[in-house]
Design a binder for this molecule. Structure first.
Ligand SMILES: Cc1cc2nc3c(=O)[nH]c(=O)nc-3n(C[C@H](O)[C@H](O)[C@H](O)COP(=O)(O)OP(=O)(O)OC[C@H]3O[C@@H](n4cnc5c(N)ncnc54)[C@H](O)[C@@H]3O)c2cc1C
Length: 377
């Protein structure tokens, strides 16, 4: 029996596992993850908003066993490509096909002063603390800072600023609080291009959120951010998007250079035989400077494309299965949401579009989560 091993039971890994299982009832499929649950990252914003809890949102990864997909709840510690074997904390697992879907890790320590002086937006444990701080805030300066590129879900930090802005409005204190947003990029969403970036900028300006581009952070002091251009900015409360990095096993195995991600093209094949890489752990360039953004919708699309490629190989069919580059992300604000649509590999240039905020997009965002959980777990 052919063995397919999937490292990472997140967005990409679960999409691939389900596509494989639906089409290949007679192969062995195993998913390895150090966590024993799946929760979509977008819920982190709903925890801050106070409309969800972690306990209500996480789903056990062991549920995949019901579909005949084995789940190994251990850390991946090594990969031997020559022997086609993966080491986990206590096991050695062999494979015929390997899909690496290990996502990214956060490295707040890389920014001096961040762990002591700021909240980390993407840190699950910081969500309730951010909520508490925001609900207590009466006046002052609230800062958002993107500490490095690339980062997960390019619109998410802006969604956080818009959501928190509307929370402060509901609390009746918005007029007493200044919100400033600092990014190392010159525009809000570089991967989506200048037009969409400008639309998002206008959405921020309408909510009195000031965007400051080209602001590369050096360090965070007690109440002040220091930038590379020698300027500084004061804050009372700071919410940061931390630097990201690939998990250690990715460098140690030689899949990527230290500090980088796994380079792939649209077929998601790595330099190693029968080994694919998908999702946030990869870099897939679209143009010389623009890469496919790190987003669940793309991890899912890549997972399905890779699964179809493996299905074709096992069925000995000569199909070309490459990632189509199409997808989109919501931009939530208050009780409505905009929607950024992208077609990354459209010819001659990527197509991007930002649909105006509407309550329907908020319902679509909720369905986006529920439909996938129902399908995958
Ligand atoms: C606040 C926020 C909001 C977002 N909103 C959206 C949105 O609206 N739409 C959207 O499309 N995307 C959104 N994203 C981005 C999306 O969550 C990620 O891009 C997506 O999860 C990437 O999928 P992945 O499979 O590559 O990695 P992940 O989903 O992160 O999965 C990786 C898995 O690998 C496991 N792992 C890592 N290292 C090891 C190891 N050594 N051993 C074993 N297991 C390991 C991890 O535990 C994890 O479960 C958002 C992100 C954030 C932070």
């Amino acid at each position: 029996m052919q063995k397919i091993l999937i490292l990472g039971g997140g967005f990409g890994g679960l999409a691939a596992a389900n596509e494989l299982r639906s089409n290949l009832p007679d192969v062995s499929i195993t998913v390895v993850d150090k966590k024993d649950y799946f929760m979509m990252d977008l819920v982190k914003l709903w925890i801050i908003k106070g409309v969800r809890t972690f306990e209500k949102s996480k789903k056990p990864l062991h549920n995949i066993a019901k579909k005949g997909i084995e789940f190994v709840n251990e850390s991946v510690t090594g990969i031997d490509f020559a022997a086609k074997k993966v080491k986990t904390t206590t096991k050695e697992l062999s494979y015929d096909y390997l899909i690496v879907a290990l996502g990214v890790e956060f490295a707040p320590d890389k920014i001096s002063g961040l762990p002591e002086n700021g909240y980390v937006l993407y840190d699950l444990e910081h969500g309730p603390k951010i909520r508490e701080k925001i609900t207590q805030m009466k006046s002052g300066k609230l800062g958002f800072v993107i500490t490095g590129m690339p980062y997960k879900c390019p619109p998410a930090p802006f969604e956080a600023a818009l959501i928190i802005g509307s929370m402060l409005k509901e609390q009746g204190v918005r007029d007493n609080i200044e919100i400033d947003f600092y990014s190392p990029a010159p525009i809000t969403l570089p991967a989506a291009g200048p037009d969409v970036s400008n639309q998002l900028l206008q959405m921020l300006q309408k909510e009195n959120i000031r965007f400051h581009g080209n602001k590369k952070i050096i360090l965070i002091g007690k109440n002040s951010i220091q930038f590379e251009d020698d300027s500084s900015a004061p804050f009372d409360v700071l919410i940061a998007i931390p630097p990201h990095k690939a998990p250690k096993v990715v460098y140690e195995s030689g899949l990527a250079q230290e500090g980088g991600y796994i380079p792939v093209k649209r077929d998601c094949k790595t330099a190693f035989d029968s080994v694919y890489a998908i999702g946030d752990v990869t870099t897939m360039m679209v143009t010389g400077t623009i890469a496919v953004p790190k987003a669940g919708i793309f991890a899912e699309g890549e997972g399905i494309a890779v699964a179809r490629d493996i299905i074709s190989k096992i069925r000995q069919k000569e199909n070309s299965n490459i990632f189509d580059g199409k997808g989109g992300c919501f931009v939530e604000m208050g009780n409505t949401a905009g929607y950024v649509y992208v077609d990354m590999f459209a010819s001659p240039n990527p197509i991007t579009r930002l649909d105006e905020p509407a309550p329907e997009h908020m319902i679509e965002k909720e369905n986006f989560e529920q439909e996938r959980i129902a399908k995958w777990l």
